[in-house]
Each structure stands twice: as structure tokens, then as C-alpha cells.
Ligand binder design. Structure first.
Ligand code: ATP
Ligand code: MG
Length: 585
């Protein structure tokens, strides 16, 4: 059987093309990307193996990873893997108030789950705090940074607008020693949060707002999850990130498009620090790609936190959540994400990917990976009136219709069975080929039966259906094809079947772009995104284990939930066999 993700060549994209070109130019052929003075003095990166590309995936440990992050993980780790380089998992922990070790652990877990090494090249921005502090001082000393004592409002006001230049801070031209001294005071804890900030001194009239003296250090009397109370000043992300890249000898620093306007600052900063002899050429380069925008979900950590904290879902790993922990519990697989990442590609143009593209990838992978089982989700009793009460017999069922090597299992046929309520109609609709009085269908893997009767309760609900079987038609025997029927329905023995719970999940939001029509995206939550039903599973499911995945024939793909126990078997529906959300064409 062919593996849909085992493509001979990973589809190319513009970043891949850049890497290929850089390699062919021999950029990494010499030991150019060896250690820098910064490396040697302030932390021990060891000597960095040259002749290799280096990428990084830099999550901030302030939430759980989501499906968008998977795109970035496959891109960064994938490039490193394919070109024999390395990808650093770097935690961008520059914002102590929002970050936590719990998130660090889950991120490591997620990256490993997607199939990558999250341990060997693991870094934390906080390990460079000492270097960053020195770097900031060197910028002050070379006249490229100053401590601004304007209030937050004044700073905002004097920043100017897209059409008008900003105003220089009155503190900008004080002498360097004055600023160095103040910065040391900031570091020593002599000033309150927000009293002053360190700013890069660039150009308050620049058309690029990011170059109008951006803040690079702020005061925050906060305990950091790794450095504790060592610091009361913390670098801004835009200052920290390029330095981390340079110290780690990253060759291709790949980020999403919203950082495009930051690139001039990225380069400005690294060049100044090189001129100050803190870093060495060659310096890393930033490349931007379009982030993943997926319909019917929200992919912003802030919103995901709101969903969890507001109780709209049961937690980060609620199977409806677009987090990787949620997706995993839902039954989405790493191989499915790989296929999805390959299909959507990497480009510079922002676009929306329809959620069905993700579901299709999962279907395709699960179709190959998952063994089949029979489950009746909406049970209705079927009685074979000419089948002896104490009789039962084995029916042989392939575990996978396209893969004989996975063997067969037996299911027992008995006089009383469960079938789907939808497989019987008192008055058949047009083109309805399943059970109705007088009609014949095949009980999959069993016999052809003829519907003879049915019963109703006082409210008019159908309570049981009667039929007679034709003993000459057993599947797999010589006479099986003797009687031709159009309908083919699944069933589970009432005597041997197992009662279980199935959680039917649907999309968390009912609109393509949550929040685009309504003021509040929460108003777009799909009220029917979770339904729990009691079902009957074939007897072979009696010792099913959490995380086992099956296709329930004719229904879709299901995964045994991690809360499932022998006495309380629970499955989550991953995805239906066919897309039920397709717009009518
Ligand atoms: P969010 O916007 O959800 O808060 P973030 O960008 O702040 O996410 P980070 O932890 O900073 O989250 O992200 C780590 C990396 O993942 C970054 O390099 C970022 O560019 C990338 N990333 C985040 N969201 C997406 C997305 N939707 N598509 C592709 N890459 C993404
Ligand atoms: Mg971010």
C-alpha cells in the first residue's frame, strides 16, 4: 500500500529555493559560521558545526501550540532535516508574566509528537539575558541607545503617525554616561515598572514606524519561570530575537509575514553589535512566509486562552480545540499534519485554507492507517425470525479491505442484531435501497435478509424490525452471489455487542471566519459542536486501549479517548467519512 506522505521529493517553495541557492553558493562550505566573541564570552554554545543550515522554531511558552504552529514546525524542522542541518527549539521566554514551565513541557511534547527531535538543540532566550544586557550597554556606549523617561502616553504621542514624523524625546541627546548610569540603575531595581525604557536611537522620522526609536528594554519587577528574581529588566522580543539567532548561528530565521517590517530593525541591530565587536559576520538573515489562516477556527493564543478560561471548551485538550493537544485527542495524526503541511505549501501571499483541507488530509492518512470495526451509532433492533434462538456463527471480516496482511477477525451473527435506525424506512424514499417491508439487503459479512415486518410503540416510534435470512447467501461462500441486492448494511450482535459512549465532534465555530460578521467571535460558536451518544460496538472492541484508532464502517474515523476504561468505553469521532460541510455546488 502506498503511503500518501511518502513523496519522493518534498514540494518546493520559495524558502527551500533560497536555501538551495545559498548552499550552492558555498555559503556554508567554510567554517565561517563558527563561534563568535559573543559565544565564547557569555555562554557556551561550543563550536558550531559549519557547512550546515540552521533554522529555529521559537515559540513563546505562554500557551499551547496550535495548528498554525505545526506549519512552522514542519517548515523549520523539515528544512533542517532535508538539508542535513539543525533546527533549534528555542523558547522565547522574554515576557515573565505570561510564561510558564507547563507550556514548555507541552511544547516539547508536541514537537516530538510531530516527529522531531525537541531535546538535542533546545535553547531558551533567558540563557542570553546577560549577553543582551551587555549588548544594550554597548549600544548606549556607541550612541545607539538611550534611556527615555517620557511617560507611556508621551512616547505614544511623540511617535507620530504613518503620515507624519515623530518627535525626538527630550532625553535623546543626553550624554552617553548619563544613559549608561540610568540603565545600570534600571537593572539594579532602583526604578518602578514603566518609569523609563531603553530605546534604540534610530530615526523618529522613518517611514517605517518600527525604526522610530523602538523600545528594547523595559522594567518589570516580575519573577521569571527560569531566572527567578535575577532580573527586573527584560529585553523586548524584537531586540532579543535577532540576538538569539546570531548567537545560535542561525542561517535562516524564518518567521511569519507580520515581521516583514521588523526586518530593517533586525539587520540594523545585528550590524551595530557586529560593529561593536560583540557579534561577527556572517549574520543571520530573516525570511518571511504567510502564516496559516484556517477557516472555522481561531488560531490566536489569546483567543484560545479565552475559550479555555471561559469554559467554552473542557480544556486545552478538548478535541474541538485547534491546539495540537486537542487535535491529537481528536484523533488527528502527525502523518496527517505532515500531509496537510505539504499540501498547503509555503508562500508569501496571505490566504485562507479551508478546514476541509485539513480533514481531507486526516481522512486520507487514516484510511490507510486505521483498522476497521463495526459500530452501530443509532441502534434499532433487527430480529431474524427464521434464525434459531440459541444459534450463533462466525462471520469473517478483513481488518483492512485494501491490506490483507492485517488479517481477519470474527464477529458473531445471532438471531437478534442491532442495525442503524437510518437503515430502515417504513415508507421508502426514492432510491432508498436499504431495509423496508418486502425489500432485501445484505447484512455485511453475513446473509441476505428480507424484511418481513416491524413494530412500533404507542408514540409511533419503530422499536424493532423483523426479517428472514436466506441460508444460501453467506458472504464468502459459493452461493453468496446467487441473490443480487442493492443495499448492504452493517450490524452488531445484540448478544455480543458492547455498549459504549461516542462523542461526536463537529466544528467549534459555525462560520468560516469567526468574528467577521458578529462583533464577538464567541457569538459564532457552534452550539452543536459536541454530542454524546450511546452506541453498540462489535465484540472485538472489548479491550480497546486509549489512543487506538479505527474506522467504524460507513461512519468515519474514531479514536479511543484517554479517559476510556473497560467499564466505560469512550470514543471521539475524528472525522466523518465524507465532508458534510461542503457547500452545495
Ligand atoms: P499567536 O499569534 O497564536 O499568539 P504567536 O505567533 O504569538 O502565536 P509564538 O509562540 O510566537 O506564537 O509562535 C512561534 C512560531 O510559530 C513563530 O515563529 C510564529 O511565526 C509561528 N506561528 C504562529 N502562528 C502561526 C500560524 N498561524 N502559521 C504559521 N506559523 C505560525
Ligand atoms: Mg509571537
Amino acid at each position: 500500500m502506498s503511503d500518501p506522505t511518502n513523496t519522493d521529493s518534498t514540494p518546493s517553495n520559495f524558502i527551500r529555493a533560497i536555501v538551495e541557492k545559498n548552499i550552492s553558493q558555498g555559503l556554508y562550505a567554510q567554517k565561517k559560521w563558527g563561534g563568535s566573541p559573543g559565544d565564547a564570552k557569555h555562554h557556551d554554545q561550543g563550536s558550531v558545526d559549519a557547512a550546515k543550515i540552521r533554522t529555529r522554531f521559537p515559540p513563546e511558552p505562554n500557551g499551547y501550540l496550535h495548528i498554525g504552529h505545526a506549519k512552522s514546525i514542519f517548515l523549520n524542522f523539515g528544512l533542517a532535516h532535508d538539508f542535513g542541518g539543525k533546527c533549534h527549539l528555542r523558547f522565547d521566554d522574554t515576557n515573565p508574566e505570561k510564561e510558564d514551565e507547563e507550556y514548555v513541557h507541552s511544547i516539547i511534547d508536541n514537537v516530538q509528537w510531530l516527529g522531531f527531535d525537541a531535546i538535542s538543540d533546545q535553547y531558551f532566550a533567558s540563557q542570553y539575558f546577560a549577553f543582551m544586557f551587555e549588548a544594550a550597554k554597548s549600544l548606549i556606549a556607541s550612541g545607539h541607545a538611550y534611556v527615555d523617561q517620557q511617560s507611556v502616553d508621551e512616547i505614544r504621542e511623540n511617535r507620530g503617525t504613518l503620515t507624519s514624523a515623530g518627535k525626538n524625546s527630550p532625553w535623546r541627546e543626553h550624554d552617553r554616561d548619563y544613559h549608561l548610569n540610568l540603565f545600570e540603575e534600571m537593572r539594579a531595581g532602583k526604578h518602578k515598572d514603566g518609569a523609563m525604557v531603553l530605546r534604540a536611537k534610530i530615526d523618529m522620522a522613518s517611514p517605517n514606524m518600527n525604526l522610530r526609536d523602538p523600545a528594547i528594554y523595559r522594567i518589570k519587577h516580575a519573577t521569571h519561570h527560569r531566572t527567578g528574581n535575577d532580573w527586573c529588566i527584560y529585553p523586548m522580543y524584537t531586540f532579543a530575537h535577532p540576538i538569539e539567532d546570531a548567537l545560535e548561528k542561525i542561517t535562516h530565521s524564518i518567521c511569519t509575514l507580520e515581521f516583514e517590517d521588523q526586518r530593517p530593525f533586525y539587520d540594523w541591530l545585528l550590524e551595530r553589535l557586529r560593529d561593536n565587536s560583540l557579534l561577527q559576520d556572517p549574520l543571520p538573515k530573516q525570511y518571511e512566509f504567510a502564516r496559516l489562516n484556517l477557516t472555522y477556527v481561531v488560531l490566536s493564543k489569546r483567543r484560545l486562552i479565552e475559550l479555555v478560561e471561559g469554559g467554552y471548551v473542557s480544556g486545552w485538550d478538548d478535541p474541538r480545540m485547534p491546539t495540537l493537544v486537542g487535535a491529537r485527542r481528536r484523533g488527528y495524526t502527525a502523518t496527517g499534519f505532515k500531509l496537510f503541511a505539504e499540501r498547503i505549501g509555503v508562500s508569501k501571499a496571505d490566504s485562507w485554507i479551508d478546514y476541509s483541507t485539513l480533514e481531507d488530509a486526516m481522512r486520507e492518512v487514516l484510511n490507510q492507517e486505521a483498522d476497521r470495526r463495526v459500530a452501530v451509532l443509532d441502534p434499532l433492533k433487527l430480529i431474524i425470525t427464521n434464525y434459531p434462538e440459541d444459534q450463533e456463527e462466525d462471520c469473517y471480516v478483513a481488518n483492512h479491505p485494501q491490506d490483507e496482511t492485517r488479517g481477519k477477525r470474527t464477529i458473531k451473527l445471532t438471531r437478534e442484531l442491532w442495525i442503524e435506525r437510518g437503515d430502515f424506512m417504513e415508507e421508502p424514499a426514492k432510491k432508498y435501497f436499504r431495509l423496508f417491508p418486502g425489500n432485501q439487503v445484505r447484512l455485511r459479512h453475513g446473509y441476505v435478509v428480507t424484511c418481513t415486518d416491524f413494530k412500533k410503540d404507542d408514540q409511533g416510534h419503530i422499536t424493532e424490525v423483523h426479517c428472514e435470512y436466506n441460508p444460501d447467501t453467506k458472504s464468502g461462500t459459493a452461493g453468496a452471489d446467487g441473490v443480487k441486492v442493492k443495499g448492504n448494511i452493517h450490524w452488531v450482535s445484540a448478544k455480543h455487542g458492547i455498549h459504549a459512549k461516542v462523542h461526536l465532534y463537529d466544528r467549534l465555530f459555525k462560520t468560516e471566519h469567526p468574528g467577521s460578521q458578529n462583533e464577538n467571535y464567541l457569538d459564532d460558536l457552534n452550539p452543536h459542536s459536541k454530542t454524546t451518544i450511546t452506541v453498540v460496538l462489535e465484540e472485538n472492541c472489548w479491550e480497546v486501549k486509549p489512543f487506538e484508532q479505527y474506522q467504524f464502517e460507513r461512519h468515519g474515523y474514531f479514536i479511543c479517548d484517554h479517559n476510556s476504561t473497560k467499564n466505560d468505553i469512550q470514543f471521539n469521532r475524528t472525522v466523518t467519512l465524507r465532508d458534510t460541510w461542503k457547500k452545495p455546488s
